[in-house]
Design a protein around this ligand. Structure first.
Ligand SMILES: NC(=O)C1=CN([C@@H]2O[C@H](COP(=O)(O)OP(=O)(O)OC[C@H]3O[C@@H](n4cnc5c(N)ncnc54)[C@H](O)[C@@H]3O)[C@@H](O)[C@H]2O)C=CC1
Ligand SMILES: O=C(O)CCC(=O)C(=O)O
Length: 387
């Protein structure tokens, strides 16, 4: 029986895929796999039993990826599974940043007890007026699952779209509307866009990228939408840019004490993926990937180990080995198996940056003693006998 624990609420459509004769969803620490959404895991004590973490979502900056890789813990995410949910909230954000819906609605509430409301509405509505988005230019930074959908939707709404993503995938590029124009530098976006929507992960290269240097290049009165991560924006610089009128509105899905108190900021309580559809999609995808890893050793959509699969195990035995991506690992593993009279039926070895993974189907069972010998090879961090 394999044990799984959830560090955040996970949709039951996903959890229902865990067969009760094979899996137990528990609230213990010593589990085989964890399912998580935004829970911050950097100080989390990883149990020695832990083999995999399934992030039901896209961003993985809440998980210590390298620390996990060193322990042979494979971290999965669910690319694209919540992209439509976020895209729809970006569209709402674009409109809210332009038309003062929140100001207007709150004002009507504030006069709800007064008389002559229809007359007061007509007299006061001009203070909540704002421009249409059709015909305006939007810069979309990051054209992955979400950015591409935002770019296409903005184009369909009649906006001129400039997209920037130096690492765009071939699949991502094919999915973009031909109306989306390619920006070759961020400066092109900064200097031309009336609206900027950012859709990149929070990594060292992107943290704080929207700072005073970037704001200085932007058009007066630009509207900025950030449903990606709070860390992408330097909040002190944003406060100055708002005060001096450079930024007309900032919409963020990541409120903190500073931005929550700032004027001209629309703070959303991290609702981008909070739709039943996105929650179900993410949970189903995360659970299926974790199951395939635990049951067959296959890796799909990991962020710290390579994609790797031998399909469903039909052989008498299967070994899964997490190891460093250094020379002679495969040589040492296959020599050790040969020296122990174990014949290999099939094998695959893949690497991703510093880490590698080897799946081996065997003609006969492997003894605990041979597993121990494999574990003692320098560079090997985990050995699992899948079957
Ligand atoms: N508010 C919310 O609830 C949600 C927020 N997110 C955030 O949105 C981010 C993007 O999500 P997805 O589109 O699903 O991820 P994705 O991985 O499909 O796309 C990210 C894109 O950013 C690009 N990129 C990376 N570094 C870049 C740079 N320096 N400049 C320009 N482009 C760069 C990549 O090439 C990739 O195409 C996530 O990392 C996460 O932080 C994701 C889902 C929900
Ligand atoms: O699970 C959530 O609600 C957060 C989604 C998110 O931020 C992500 O997928 O990166």
């Amino acid at each position: 029986m394999q044990k799984i624990s959830c560090l955040n609420p996970i949709s039951k459509l996903g959890l229902e895929l865990l067969e009760q004769d094979k899996y137990q969803v528990v609230e213990e620490n010593d589990v085989d796999a964890l399912l998580v959404r935004s829970f911050k895991m950097h100080d989390y004590e990883m149990p020695s039993t832990l083999k995999a973490i399934g992030r039901a979502g896209a961003g993985v900056n809440n998980i210590p990826l390298e620390k996990c890789a060193e322990k042979g813990i494979v971290v999965f995410n669910t690319p694209g599974a919540n992209a439509n949910g976020v895209k729809e909230l970006v569209l709402a954000s674009l409109l809210m940043s332009s038309r003062d819906l929140l100001g207007g609605v709150n004002w009507v509430k504030s006069i709800a007890e007064e008389s002559d409301i229809p007359q007061k509405v007509e007299k006061n509505k001009k203070q909540f007026a704002g421009p249409e988005i059709m015909g305006k230019k939007i810069g979309v930074i990051g054209l992955g699952a979400i950015g591409a959908m935002v770019a296409n939707a903005a184009s369909a709404l009649g906006m001129e779209v400039l997209g920037y993503d130096p690492f765009i995938s071939v699949e991502g590029a094919w999915g973009l509307s031909t109306e989306v124009k390619r920006a070759v530098s961020l400066d092109e976006i900064y200097t031309q866009a009336d609206y900027i929507s950012i859709h990149v992960p929070a990594i060292d290269a992107t943290k704080g990228m929207l700072n005073c240097e970037a704001f200085d290049k932007m058009k007066e009165g630009v509207r900025i939408i950030n449903l990606s991560r709070g860390e992408l924006v330097n909040d002190d610089d944003m406060e100055i840019a708002i005060k001096n009128g450079k930024v007309a509105q900032y919409v963020t899905d990541f409120p903190n004490e500073k931005v929550a108190a700032m004027d001209n900021v629309i703070t959303i309580p991290h609702l981008g993926a909070s739709t039943p559809e996105s929650e179900d999609n993410c949970a189903i995808m995360a659970v299926l990937q974790i199951k395939d890893y635990l049951e067959n050793g296959n890796i799909t959509n990991s962020v710290n180990y390579p994609q790797c699969s031998l399909g469903i195990c039909q052989a008498p035995a299967r070994l899964a080995i997490n190891h460093q991506n250094v020379t002679n690992m495969v040589g040492q593993i296959t020599t050790l198996l040969a020296n122990n009279n174990i014949n290999i039926i099939d094998m695959v070895n893949k690497s991703k940056d510093k880490w590698a993974y080897t799946l081996i189907d065997l003609e006969s069972d492997i003894t605990d003693d041979t597993v121990k010998k494999l574990e003692s090879i320098e560079g090997i961090v985990k050995v699992r006998v899948i079957k």
